[in-house]
Design a protein around this ligand. Sequence first.
Ligand code: ADP
Length: 494
Amino acid sequence: MTSIADGTGVLAGEQRMLIDGELQLTAGGTLFDVIDPATELVAGQATDGTVDDMARAVGAARRAFDETDWSRDLDFRYHCLSQLHAALERNKEHLRRVLITEVGCPVKVTGSQIESPIDEVKHWAEHGKNFDYLADNGVHQTPLGPARRKIHYEAVGVVGAITPWNVPLYLNIAETVPALMAGNTVVLKPAQLTPWSGSEYGRIVAEETDIPPGVFNVVTSNANEVGAALSADPRVDMVTFTGSTATGRAILAAGAATVKKTLLELGGKSAHIVLDDADFGMALPMAALMACVMSGQSCILPSRILLPRSRYDEGIEIMKTMMENFPVGDPWDPANMQGPQISETQRQKVLGMVAEAVDSGARLVTGGGVPDKLPVGYYTQATLLADVHPDSRIAQDEVFGPVLAVIPYDTDDEAVAIANNSIYGLSGEVSGGDLDRAFAVATRMRTGNVTINGKSHFGIDSPFGGTKQSGLGYRNGAEGYKEYLTAKTIGMPE
Ligand code: ADP
């Protein structure tokens, strides 16, 4: 086991951002602290990029798109992204230490945040290489005679990528690599709490790949206005964003003036409908585990558990047992699967929402506070709330903590109505013994994706996106790649 005390675990990451091919600090030299959420100590700093830095980065990306043949040279892009894949592989353990240090993600569960995104680079390089950028759409008759149509898929232009702190390396890669492979140039603005997963990515691009200056830029900053500047800059053609619905609305509004293409993956309040014929011994320990492994800091977490009244107490008991015995603590200890919340602010928000839920009538089954044995670090007890009213705040608002809200129901129709009673529509889950019945329920959930009996929908080759106020557009799958392309139809003689 490693720890900050012996200096082998926690790691200070890259301070510099990447603009126009140069790793650099902001002109005034201002740095901001990166806090290790497991120790509450300053682990290091990142450069505090300004609105001017962002303007320079966008200018560099604009020039690289308009004045180089990056967007037209597919073989070179494949070469560069293959190099990037190899470089990330070489830096894998370093990136894992950066992730654990700045997020507090338990080492045991870092695979989906380190190995998966690195594999995705290879996937997008191959997908982009094999994509058919010119499709023949046949001949149609016009008043002026027959005309053939060809559809030419072309890069959108300059893409601004704004990412959150919960799965930072994964989302930095997911938002930028398909964009680059499709021929766009990119400016990445990582989240304030996790700048290093962005700055390390920038360092690797600058030092270990042939990606030309300006094609890929990273601007770290402690100020929301720097992300806002990126989303409003008229030289940016498209913004891709993952984060809260409130910020997504602001980004959509900022892009309206120049009608920017906007890809949004936003909040969720996903429901897990547990049918009365479900295998409770399988479904409910897993439901509790999902709430704990990322400390509940996951947009797709099924945070509303809908239990049939006929098996209500049985279901609650299973989740309570799992949550009370869940291994929480030092993220460097491979025995632990739940780490801290990302910050004290975030922990107080979670605890405040739990307290408010109890005040307004929910029953606290377990949790609701800070684990006794973990006074240092932003740890939160796994928390189970029962008898939650479907309209209450805890059933409607995203918590982003290890908190489950249990709601009873009587019929499948009622369960579907409760699940759909949300402004969000990201994910859903159904557990049931009769697969046809479970599938029928899944098709009635107004969400972008659904898991049945724990079989995950999520994968690089399947579209992932939210309905309602959970997002616009898709990541992953063929749909996810096309988001970064425009379809130009060219009419021409036969
Ligand atoms: P949180 O509130 O949990 O930090 P956000 O959704 O606000 O999550 O933040 C996600 C990302 O959006 C971060 O990189 C943040 O800097 C950025 N951001 C915050 N406000 C704005 C804004 N108004 N315009 C553009 N980006 C923003």
